[in-house]
Each structure stands twice: as C-alpha cells, then as structure tokens.
Design a protein around this ligand. Structure first.
Ligand code: 8GP
Length: 806
C-alpha cells in the first residue's frame, strides 16, 4: 500500500521546489507547482515502479501510434488513493489542488477514438495487475490546437512540451536503441549460412521516455514508453556510422539532425484518412523497431530460450500502424538470433495479435512497394518472402486468382497492411459485435472463411475511473452511498442501482446532480465564449472528430428545421435546448471544415435571434479534447451517436455518456447496438437505417437524394438554406455541403435518415417533460453501463488472446 503522511509529503514538496526551481512556493506559478507535485509523486511510487519493471511474468506490449492519455495528476492521485492527504498538505501550504490539476498540460498525442482507447486499456491493464506496457512515439507537437476565426477552423501547433519537458516522464538513456533506415542489404556467407548484412543505412537513435501507468488501489505500476528520435550519440559509435552515411561536413551533420528529429516531430492529424507520406512510414517503423528491440533486449537479459518467446511475450498491434512489428520481429529472429524461417515465422505468428478499428476504405493502409524497398530494404525482403509463401499456400488451397489477389500482401505494387497483419498474427479482432460481423462477412470475408478461428470480437470499453469516479464525483459518491464501494473495482455491481429505480428520493438526487453539473458547464461556457445557456434546457451533445460519416451535418440540419418551425410559430411548445458541439477536422479535410463553418454560422444566427426567445442555443466548443470531455460529459442529457449504420466501428464516447446518465439518441451502429441490448428499447432513442439496409443500398443502389429532396418539403427547406443566403457568410461552404448531399447523392444517407431523426428528436422532447421518468431512464443507463468498463474488455483480451492456453 503506497503510504505517505501529510508531514512527509510537505517536507518532500518543500525540498523539491528548491531543488527544481531554487525558489520558494510563493514565487512559483501553478504550472511550476504542478511539475513539483508530479515529481514528488514519482518519488513516492519509485520503488513500486522499479519492482514492476523487473517482472518475469508473461508480459503484454501494446503498440500504438497514438496514446491520448489526458491529464494525469487527478487520475494518479485517485489510483494511488492519496488524494486527501495531498489535498490537505497542499492546503496547509496555501495551495489549491484543483488549480494544479487544471494547470497540467493535456498531452494530445492522439486524434480520437483509437488513441483514447489505448489510454483506457493501459489504465485497465495496470488496475487488473496485468504486466502490460505501451509503446508509442513522443511527438514534439501533439494534435493541433483548434481556434475559430470568423467561424473557420484554424490550426495552431500544440506545443505541449513547453520547455521540452513533460512532468510525468523519466528519460532512460541506458535503454536507447538504434533504428536503421535506407541503405542496402546483401546476403553474405557467415559461418556456412547466408546472413543479411545491412550497409550504408542512416542510423537514428530512439530515446525512451517512460511514463508511469498507475493501477487503481493495487500498488501496480506499468510503463508507457514513448520514443523520441535523436541523432546518434557517442555511445553508439557515432564516428564510424557518420563515415558511412554522411561525409562529415557541418552541413551534412545538420541535414542528419533534421532527418532524425523530424521523425518524432508531429502527430499526423488524420483521424481516418491514411496519410500517404514517407514520413509516416518512417514513424511507423521507428516505433516498431524501437519497441521490438527493447523487448528483445529485456528478453535476452532474462535468459529465456528464444523458442519460448510466445510463452513470455504477447505483442498487440493497435490497428495497422504498428504492423511492421511482424517483419521486424522476423528480422531479429532470422538475422540476429539465427533461427530458420519456419522457426521465426512460427514464433512471430504466435506472438502477435491485431485489432481492426475501422472499415473506412481510406483508412486501410497501403504502402507503395518502391517506397518500402528504399526506406526499409531488409523489411521489404521479409514481407516479400512472407507473401511468396502465403500465395503458394493459397494457390494450393483455392486455385482462384481473384481471391488470391484480394488476399495477397503485395498487389498492384502496393503492400496491404491489413492483410499482412492478419497473415502474421494469431488473433484478429473487431471492436464491437456489429463491426466484427461486418469484418467477417464483408470486409475480411476471404480471411474469415480461410481461418475462422482467428477472428473474435472484443467490444470496446472505457476506464470508469477517469470517466465516472474522477470526472463526476457527486454521482460517484451518490452511487457509493447506496451500493457501497465494490463497484469501483467491479462495475457489474452497478446493476444494483436498479433497486432504486422506483425510489423517488434517489431519482431526485440524480436530477439534482445533473443540474449542478449543467450549471457548472453553463458558467464555463459563459466565461469562455460569452454565451449564456440555460441549465434547465436539454443539453444535447455531439462531441467527437468531425467526419462526414459521423453526421454532425444531420444534427445541424435538424437544428435548422427546429429554427424554421420556431420562426413560423414563436409560441411553439418545445423544451428549450442547448446543442453543444465539439470537434476537430483534419486540416486537409475540406468538407469537414465546411461543416464546422456551417455550425458556427448557424450558431451565430440563432444565438442572436431574439424572436425565438432563447428556446434554442448552439455552442461549438473550441479545441475539443480529453479534458473538455471530462467537463462536458457529466452534464449531458442527450448523447448524439448518429453515424451512418455500419460506419462507426464502435464508438466509446457513447459509453462515457451512458455511464454518466445521458440518454443515447442513436442509429443502430457500432456499440450503440450493445447499449440498446443492455438498456432495452424504452431507455434509448433509436432511429435511422439499419446496417443491413445500408449494406443493401451500397450493393444494389436504390436511393436518390435528389428525388427525396424534391418530394419532401422539410428536407428541401433546410438543404436550400445552405445556398440561398439564409445563413450569412457560408456561400462557398454551403455549396460544397449542398453538392455532397445532392450532386454526389448523399453518400452517408443524411437526408434518407432526416425525417426519422426529426421524429426521434421530438420523442426526446416528450420524454424530457416527465422529469421523474427521465431520471429513471438515466438511472437504468448508469446501472447497465458496467459492461462497458475497459476492465471487462481487457479481461477478455487477456483470457481469449494474450494468455489463452496459459
Ligand atoms: C476509431 C473508430 O472510428 C471508433 O468507432 C472506435 O470506437 C475507436 O477507433 C476505438 O476502437 N478509429 C480510429 O480512431 C481510427 O481508425 N484512427 C486511425 C487513423 C488513426
């Protein structure tokens, strides 16, 4: 049990502030005090962290190009169960803990769902005593900071590493490794065997920075190791390597510095578009090679037999960005460990497991053969050989050229990373039941038919510690007062809340907590944006990346519809609504940026129209990210999960809202289907096309948005708004959006689902009027959200994938 008295803490804090800043508390800024506090906490946990790193149990390594961990201070104090002592100790010194919590920079090392999921998984692995570590990249600049200027998104660099330092990290120079790019590979005779020799490569040093991942109330600490790309230092024989690759002039040296440092400079701001850039490929290999070398180095120290590798090590790849783990592990086993191809492939296949996170075609990574060959010659040779052997197997089994083309790794001069991931791993999973079914029956059906046992589903989950206990303390306390503490470690216990569904007193308390949270958010919005919103109104929230398939457009078209109804009849009896958006668009994603401009312009018009009596308000929160989500989610009434069925693999925001007692307004897509199964149809509002209908439309055609537009007055009215000047200052953007709906036949079925969505929204209005009934629905949502804890998800990964057969 991590123990610290108030007195000990104060002494540590005081001496730390002098040693870091050489001045007293009075002179320090909140940022400095937060850095001091993090440093003290690192000292407190040091012993446990070291012990854990020496573990010889089977270890899981989770490779991800993104980790969206959010602020760490509050969550670390919670997990260590020392929040009270620290709070009081700080108070004695005249410091408010909340100020320090807010002073922490949010490391935005991810875009969206995939990166945030990786962070929840780390939290759960540590909390479940699983030795599971993350490998990622320490990007100098995280996801861009979003500013709105005249309603347009403007991107500003996110300099989260101000002064080159992150308060929770510790640098580990003794664990640095070298990653090799370019050059040439020859097979040379070595002790009677052909061995690959790599010449003329460019060496890049991968410097590890470790962040502790603290388990909940269990003294268990794992590591998130992020690698920074640097020039080689003397320890790595800088002179000889320089001689190989650079002539040694100062200019060349600077070129080399740029080449290396560029690799961990910036996180690609694309949420689903595949960034077809050489630099991105360098980043992927840099991550993979650093991580795999690190694992092998530790493995060698433990002196286990290399043939037992899969007994001791599980490597999980989070989507295809770390897929090069497969050829990289092969490379080391073949070229450094001297194993045969068969032995090496057997080990690799039994070590690596893969999760697919999207079926969006543009996110399916493919790399040009020439690029791979030039940048990673040895890796390419290995991929080619894996492919050659696999195609031989397919030829033997199927004799069907079309099928073989679809299943090969290399086709049309491209390397298909999903195919490589499947072929080189023992487990492939989707992230919600529906998504996994679509993978099996549609997107990856050839592979499923070939090896059905490899496929499985692992429905996503969220760290309930961050997304309920920590971000909604009042709700968490209310729950504990009624059902005790066990739910914090076993969220299935939340089911016991159903005993209170007829208890008026409890329902009232639930309602009061929501109002309190809504008031807090209203104050924040008034302060930050100067918009006055009404805590008695329905808070209707859509916060996620901006993407056409997520259909923020459907939401805003409905707002316009409601606005017209109010203009026609100002007495219209609706419950006041506050529509809240938060979303970043990829900088090169034109349609998404046009939609941002549209929402901001609609907000401007509606918020300033006195004739509608404040019945609707629209707020677009700038620079949405983890910390803002923690503020918004506890105060939400309606959770908008309105993607085109089939397109959202799972969604995880939907789970966070549910756990905080919001009612989901959703299509039957991704994990919404499973939320529906948990709460039953009377506690969720469902609308729109089903997945099977969308798949049918896509296969056989049959929907014309133009016909619908011409035949439906309500649809025509809001679509025309885009181009007739009704909304000021959107002439260009409105046209782009109009064309996506009408000229290009509405790829995401926005208009097709519109009528149905209006009905669903009016059902929300009706339901909300009965406050007690609404509160009961909220309660049932909270009570049945336990299954969506990432502890459940991680237990399933552990049992079915990483430790199966152990
Ligand atoms: C997201 C999916 O879109 C979302 O439905 C799912 O809940 C989440 O992954 C976690 O499984 N996918 C991505 O964020 C994604 O594919 N990002 C890659 C481009 C980085």
């Amino acid at each position: 049990m991590v123990r610290i008295t108030k007195q000990e803490f104060k002494e540590m804090f005081n001496s730390k502030i002098y040693s870091i800043y050489a001045h007293s508390i009075n002179e320090a800024t909140n940022e400095q005090l937060q850095i001091v506090l993090s440093s003290v906490i690192k000292d407190i946990i040091a012993k446990y962290w070291v012990d854990n790193r020496l573990s010889t149990n089977k270890e899981v390594y989770y490779f991800s190009i993104e980790f969206l961990i959010g602020r760490q201070l509050k969550s670390n104090l919670l997990n260590l169960q020392i929040e009270e002592v620290i709070k009081e100790g700080l108070e004695d010194m005249g410091i408010d803990l909340d100020d320090l919590i807010c002073a922490e920079k949010d490391p935005a090392l991810g875009n969206g769902g995939l990166g945030r999921l990786a962070a929840c998984f780390l939290d759960s692995m540590a909390s479940l005593n699983i030795s599971g570590h993350g490998y990622g990249i320490r990007y100098k600049y995280g996801l861009f900071e979003q500013k709105f200027i005249n309603g347009y998104q403007v991107e500003v660099p996110d300099n989260w590493l101000l002064h080159e330092q992150y308060s929770w990290e510790s640098i580990r120079p003794n664990k640095a490794v070298v990653v090799k790019f370019g050059g040439e590979v020859y097979l040379e005779e070595d002790n009677g065997r052909l061995k690959a020799k790599h010449h003329g490569y460019i060496p890049v040093m991968a410097m590890p920075y470790d962040i502790p991942i603290i388990g909940y109330d269990n003294d268990f600490i794992n590591t998130l190791r992020l690698f920074k790309a640097e020039i080689l230092n003397r320890d790595f024989g800088i002179n000889t390597l320089y001689a190989n690759t650079f002539t040694g002039s100062y200019e060349q040296a600077l070129k080399y510095k740029y080449y290396t440092e560029e690799i961990s400079q910036v996180l690609y701001p694309n949420d689903s578009n595949h960034a077809g850039k050489l630099l991105r490929l360098k980043q992927e290999y840099f991550l993979v090679s650093s991580g795999i070398q690190d694992i092998i180095n530790k493995y060698r120290k433990n002196k286990f037999d290399i043939l037992d590798f899969p007994k001791h090590i599980a490597i999980h790849i989070n989507d295809t960005h770390p897929t090069l783990c497969i050829p990289e592990l092969m490379r080391i086993l073949l070229d450094e460990e001297g194993l045969s191809w068969e032995e090496a492939f057997d080990i690799t296949k039994n070590t690596i497991s893969y999760t697919n996170h999207t079926i969006m075609a543009e996110a399916m990574e493919k790399w040009p053969v020439d690029m791979m060959k030039e940048l990673l010659p040895r890796i390419y040779m290995i991929i080619e050989e894996i492919n050659k052997r696999y195609v031989e197997y397919l030829n033997h089994k199927y004799n069907d050229n079309e099928k073989i083309r679809r299943m090969s790794i290399i086709c049309d001069n491209n390397i298909n990373m999903a195919n490589l991931s499947i072929i080189g791993s023992y487990s492939v999973n989707g992230v919600a039941k529906l998504h996994t079914e679509i993978l099996k029956k549609e997107v990856l059906s050839d592979f499923y038919e070939d090896d059905p046992g490899k496929f499985n589903n692992k429905t996503n989950g969220i760290a309930h510690r961050r997304w309920l206990i920590s971000c909604n303390e009042d709700l968490s306390n209310l729950i504990t007062e009624h059902i005790g503490n066990i739910w914090k470690k076993d969220t299935e216990e939340l089911k016991r809340l159903e005993d209170y569904k007829e208890n008026r007193n409890f329902l009232k308390k639930l309602e009061c907590i929501k109002i309190k949270n809504k008031t807090k958010l209203a104050n924040f919005i008034a302060e930050e944006y100067g918009i006055c919103i009404n805590p008695e109104s329905i808070y209707d929230v859509q916060i996620k990346r901006l993407h056409a398939y997520k259909r923020q457009l459907l939401n805003v078209l409905h707002i316009l519809h409601l606005y017209h109804e109010l203009l026609e009849n100002p007495e219209l009896d609706i419950v006041p609504r506050t529509f809240i958006f938060g979303a970043k668009a990829a900088p090169g994603y034109h349609l998404a940026k046009c939609i941002i401009k549209l929402i901001n312009s609609v907000a401007e018009k509606i918020n300033n129209d006195k004739s509608i009596n404040n019945k609707i308000k629209v707020v677009f929160i700038e620079n949405y990210g983890v910390s803002l989500a923690e503020k918004i989610i506890p105060s939400t009434d309606v959770s908008e999960q309105i993607s085109t069925a089939t397109k959202e693999a799972s969604g995880t925001g939907n789970m966070k809202f549910m756990m905080n007692g919001a009612i989901t307004l959703a299509t039957l897509d991704g994990a919404n289907v499973e939320i529906y199964d948990q709460v039953g149809e009377e506690n969720i509002v469902i609308f729109g096309l089903k997945a099977s209908q969308v798949l049918n439309y896509n296969k056989y055609g049959g929907y014309s948005s133009l016909d619908l537009y011409n035949s439906n007055f309500k649809i025509k009215r809001v679509v025309d708004d885009l181009v007739n000047g009704f909304i000021p200052n959107i002439s260009k953007e409105g046209r782009v959006i109009y064309d996506s709906l009408i000229t290009y036949n509405d790829e995401y079925f926005v208009l097709r689902d519109f009528e149905n969505y209006i009905e669903a929204q009016s059902k929300i209005d009706t339901l909300y009027r009965d406050k007690e009934k609404w509160s009961k629905m909220c309660l049932i949502n909270i009570a049945n959200s336990g299954i969506f804890s990432s502890d459940r998800t991680i237990s399933e990964y552990a049992k079915d994938i990483w430790f199966r057969g152990c």
